[in-house]
Design a binder for this molecule. Structure first.
Ligand code: DTR
Ligand code: CA
Ligand code: ZN
Ligand code: ZN
Length: 449
């Protein structure tokens, strides 16, 4: 049931009730801290769980690739199933996750006469009946170090998991990350994992996101066209960057998401291409070299750290973080929405403006996972500070400004613990542009209870 559109309210003057301090480490560190408290007395506020996805530092992702390259070099030139380089890769990833507070499990299996290992890492918290999984295969072929295939996916997933820890992210859903063995033998590890789950445990997995080759040197931007919600998260992200994507259609059955899809679990993922050739039309929209394979070193000894396109790796790592933050925070819409679609101009480097929705007829307080969907069209979105104002004026920080976030538009769904706020009343979205140049407007926003 959608409420009638609300009248636009006068802008909230600056200096009104202050923002709740978002205590997530990492996010505030990425931009000027706003250490105001709810009541202005300096007492510690209750933390609002409204967090935008963090930027995934490319340097961190590449540091993992350097480590995986060193491991391959020290172990006969590869990280293949059944070889010492694979187990060393598992030990490296596991040590990072243990240090970051994950609960890690090593699942053993046998394939082609050798012991294989799946590494599974659970982030404590969230609804155990709604598990969002993200995974990548960690093994290479025996011909080479497998840095694009699939160190790139493994490193992007690892760094996203570490970003969850840095942010102390506590979404509605439970987060689980996995690194698979023996994918190159035919998705053996991931199939072993899915088959080892009871039907009840399989049913708890709300979705599986797969990253296999996300840094190809002549990259394409392919989004798996399987589950629409997962696909939408990735397409929204790339639309925000103004980068066209194509559906990943050849992948059916060609990577670990197949193990989950075959069990009826919604799947999605990203891919930058392997042995196939980039067309002229694709080169025209993505750059790179037409008539050349997306990855000329696919399954070859030259799949080293030199076989990576940094821009593609960075974009896909950030896209993964956005998808995890969005999909984990968004429990299936179960309630009513209240929306305002009236455009509100945001003055450049000026006063805050607001857009209001009026909620009525509800009982009690708002939920602990109040969903705030925003659509703000604005170049260089790092200029923007975005807050949700409860009817009593209490502010919940949704997005901090950032001197480095040059991407356009804020199209995101935030989850706010608004359980201390009565549901009925006039809620406002407050947006302020705190840096000169670049302008934009609130296109629409909505509350979902
Ligand atoms: N089979 C994967 C590489 C691969 C080829 N096509 C796709 C499509 C979607 C994901 C992965 C792939 C491998 O060699 O690991
Ligand atoms: Ca990044
Ligand atoms: Zn491969
Ligand atoms: Zn692969």
């Amino acid at each position: 049931m959608t409420q009638p559109r609300s009248r636009l309210r006068p802008a909230v003057s600056q200096g009104m009730a202050c923002a709740a301090l978002v205590t997530a480490a990492g996010l505030l560190a990425a931009s000027p801290a706003s250490s105001v408290t709810r009541d202005g007395t300096g007492t510690a506020p209750t933390a609002a769980q409204a967090l935008a996805a963090p930027d995934i530092p490319l340097a961190n992702v590449k540091a993992h690739l350097t480590q995986l390259q060193s491991i391959a070099t020290a172990n006969g030139g590869n990280r293949a199933h059944g070889r010492t380089g694979y187990k060393a890769s598992v030990d490296y990833v596991r040590a990072k996750l243990d240090a970051a507070g994950f609960t890690t499990t090593l699942q053993q299996f046998t394939s082609s006469g050798s012991t294989g290992y799946n590494l599974v890492a659970d982030w404590p918290g969230g609804d155990p009946n709604q598990v969002l999984m993200t995974g990548a295969h960690l093994d290479s072929v025996s011909a080479g170090p497998g840095i694009d295939d699939n160190g790139s996916g493994s490193a992007a997933v690892l760094e996203t998991a570490l970003a969850v820890s840095r942010a102390q992210f506590q979404p509605a859903k439970h987060l689980r990350f996995a690194w698979w063995g023996a994918e190159e033998l035919g998705m053996v590890g991931s199939r072993n994992y899915v088959n080892s789950l009871s039907a009840a445990d399989r049913a708890k997995i709300s979705g599986y996101i797969n990253l296999d080759m996300v840094g190809s040197p002549n990259p394409g931007y392919f989004v798996y066209d399987d589950d629409p919600a997962i696909e939408k998260a990735f397409k929204d992200w790339y639309a925000g960057l103004g980068i066209p994507t194509e559906p990943e259609t050849e992948g059916d059955g060609r990577s670990d998401h197949a193990s989950f899809k075959n069990a009826g679990i919604p799947v999605g993922g990203l891919f930058t291409g392997a042995e196939r050739t980039k067309s002229a039309a694709q080169a025209a929209k993505w750059g790179g070299t037409s008539g050349q394979a997306f990855d000329r070193c696919y399954h070859s000894s030259c799949d080293t750290t030199a076989n990576i396109d940094d821009t593609a790796l960075d974009r896909n790592s950030d896209a993964l973080a956005y998808a995890v933050w969005t999909l984990a925070a968004t429990a299936p819409p179960s309630g009513d929405s209240y929306e305002n679609t009236t455009d509100v101009a945001v003055p450049d480097n000026g006063a805050a403006v607001t857009s209001a929705v009026t909620v009525s007829g509800r009982n009690g307080n708002a939920p602990s996972a109040l969903r705030v969907g925003v659509d703000i069209k604005h170049t260089w979105r790092g200029d923007l500070v975005v807050d949700l104002l409860a009817p009593d004026g209490t502010a919940y920080r949704l997005k901090n400004s950032s001197g480095s976030d040059s991407a356009d538009n804020v199209i995101a769904t935030y989850t706010v613990d608004a359980s201390s706020e009565p549901a009925n009343g006039t809620w406002r979205l407050r947006v302020q542009d705190v840096a000169a140049q670049d302008t934009g407007y609130i296109d629409s926003w909505k509350l979902t209870f």
